[in-house]
Write a protein that binds this ligand. Structure first.
Ligand SMILES: [Zn+2]
Ligand SMILES: [Zn+2]
Length: 149
């Protein structure tokens, strides 16, 4: 069973909800896809396995997962963000940051001790409690950089 299916089943049990076949398929797909797919990309894959699935079931299930804190709904794509361009990040809640290629949309995850240090420094000098950090860097990936020349 995938991590998301296991965690979501636990939460659903607590609140009296049900792990339906379709929910299980959506969660399992998101876990297996890896990366940061949009709802539409997830929908295209689950539809191939279950043609009776409704796009709104996919959107609702993903929204619920984000509310429950099991995934992060992010606007990683550069430019104007609209609800449907949200990308679902199954690596949440493990703290990590992103590099987004503005050429091809490729997303690379990274962690950095410098950001850890910046959080500590800021907490210290400002007297606040930093709970988490999320940094997104934009630029061209190596392949797009070569293609540009
Ligand atoms: Zn991520
Ligand atoms: Zn690229």
């Amino acid at each position: 069973m995938s991590r998301l299916v296991a965690q979501a089943s636990g939460i659903l049990r607590q609140c009296g909800g049900r792990m339906t076949t379709q929910r299980r398929l959506i969660l399992g797909t998101l876990d297996e896809m890896g990366g940061h797919p949009t709802a539409e990309q997830i929908y295209r894959i689950v539809r191939a396995q279950d043609p009776s699935i409704n796009p709104s079931t996919v959107y609702r299930t993903l929204g619920w997962l984000a509310e429950a804190g099991l995934v992060d709904a992010r606007h990683l794509a550069p430019g104007r963000s609209s609800g449907r361009r949200e990308q679902f990040d199954p690596s949440f809640p493990a703290e990590h940051h992103h590099f987004v290629c503005t050429g091809c949309g490729k997303v690379v995850e990274f962690a950095s001790p410098h950001i850890e240090r910046a959080k500590q420094e800021f907490s210290h000098t400002q007297g606040v409690t930093v709970e988490r950090a999320s940094l997104t860097l934009y630029g061209l990936c190596a392949a797009c950089e070569i293609a540009k020349e």
